[in-house]
Design a protein around this ligand. Structure first.
Ligand code: UD1
Length: 368
């Protein structure tokens, strides 16, 4: 039976997740209503991704913009409720762990008869100082249908008392997008456009509040990265959140070292190409831990924990926290040629969104 499904996205990492889901649901004949909350709004954080990934123009843009967590989440809720009342979908589908995910989930479950599905359910860092962890716990507690990307997600949900029949392991939609765009990305010549040789540079991204909001904390990490830049070129596309603390670090040391180059946030294809040819990746992103695992690129994650343990157990990911010594020694080991025997996790095969559409087809929509 064809259903009306409202698909929600708000921030950059959501866009590569909704692209294949939108495609698979539309191909199955559902009426898909796309809502962009406007949490991310800069052209380079939003528009570019819709264009490159061929995501249709959102039917509704809530234009919430930036604010504190409470204000941003409240704005999302206030503006989403009338949209939901007007459209009355059979189901709202949210992805990932951003404020838009949690805000729209709350609104949905307070409206009788609308089902809630969460794509990328069950991931847990067990670190409640992370805003994303709060969003994950809230969204999963409310969802009727929970699509997981790795088996640890199923286990976490069951341990939290989520009925097993709500949980569906489908694999990773972010990898659907990676695999379907990899060839196009590789045609871009991105490394040479940045003056870099394939396999001869490190790529860095940092945007977690715990790493970048405090200029002192960021400075410690940046000093280690500056040291690495003496060994091989480092390219760092800078998230808007990171700019202020980074400028302070640069100002205090009188500029960045020669080997370290900054760039504005990059488009998806350009970034994927750069990532696929990097000697190593340093990041605090969630999605990049997954993408480097599939690409077989060594990844040093500048966090104390990860909600994506499969990237460590099976993939190329190593946690280095923000300890300069650890960053140095792990980077050194990679540069000396240490290889990790990585394999691609189960269900990270480019067909996760299809499996989601199959699950929706057989799911009982009776209100619960
Ligand atoms: C959000 C997500 C995070 C995700 C990240 C990816 C939450 C709690 N966090 O964090 O999980 O990994 O997106 O980017 O939802 N800004 C701009 N232009 C924009 C968007 C943001 O300049 O288009 C700046 C604003 O100054 C804003 C700051 O970035 O205050 C933070 O944006 P926000 O959406 O609140 O959180 P992110 O740090 O981007």
């Amino acid at each position: 039976m064809k259903r009306k499904i409202m698909l929600v996205a708000g921030a950059r990492p959501n866009f590569m997740k909704i692209a294949p889901v939108h495609g698979a649901l539309a191909a199955a004949g559902h009426d898909v209503v796309l809502v962009h909350t406007g949490q991310h709004y800069d052209a380079e954080m939003s528009r570019l991704f819709f264009d490159e990934l061929g995501i249709p123009e959102p039917d509704i843009n809530l234009e919430v913009g930036s604010a504190s967590h409470a204000v941003q989440t409240a704005e999302i809720m206030k503006r989403f409720e009338p949209v939901l009342l007007q459209h009355r979908p059979d189901m709202v589908m949210v992805v990932g762990d951003v404020n838009s995910t949690a805000g729209c989930s709350l609104v949905t479950k307070k409206l009788d008869g609308v089902a809630l599905a969460h794509v990328e359910a069950g991931l847990r860092s067990f670190d409640r100082t992370m805003p994303e962890e709060i969003n994950r716990v809230v969204t999963d507690a409310l969802s009727d249908l929970l699509f997981t990307t790795e088996r640890s997600g199923d286990e976490n949900l069951i341990a939290e008392g989520i009925p097993r029949e709500r949980v569906r392991f489908v694999g990773n939609v972010m990898i659907d997008t990676l695999l379907s765009h990899l060839e196009r990305a590789r045609g871009l010549d991105a490394p040479s456009r940045h003056g870099l040789a394939p396999g001869g540079y490190a790529l860095v991204t940092l945007h977690r509040p715990s790493n970048v909001d405090d200029a002192q904390v960021l400075a410690t990490i940046m000093d280690a990265i500056a040291e690495l830049a003496e060994r091989l070129p480092v390219l760092f596309p800078v998230h808007p959140r990171t700019r202020v603390s980074l400028e302070r670090w640069e100002g205090e040391r009188g500029g960045a070292p020669e080997g370290l180059r900054f760039a504005p946030p990059l488009g998806y294809l350009e970034f994927v190409h750069l990532m696929s040819e990097a000697r190593l990746m340093l990041t605090d992103s969630g999605g990049i831990q997954e993408e480097t695992t599939v690409l077989g690129v060594p990844c040093l994650t500048l966090r104390e924990n990860t909600e994506r343990p499969v990237t460590i157990e099976q993939g190329t990911n190593v946690l280095v926290g923000r300890d300069p010594m650890k960053i140095r020694s792990e980077a050194e080991a990679i540069l000396k040629g240490r290889r990790t025997a990585a394999r691609v996790p189960e269900g990270w095969d480019g067909r996760a969104a299809e499996r989601i559409a199959d699950e929706i087809a057989s799911w009982d929509f009776t209100p619960r």
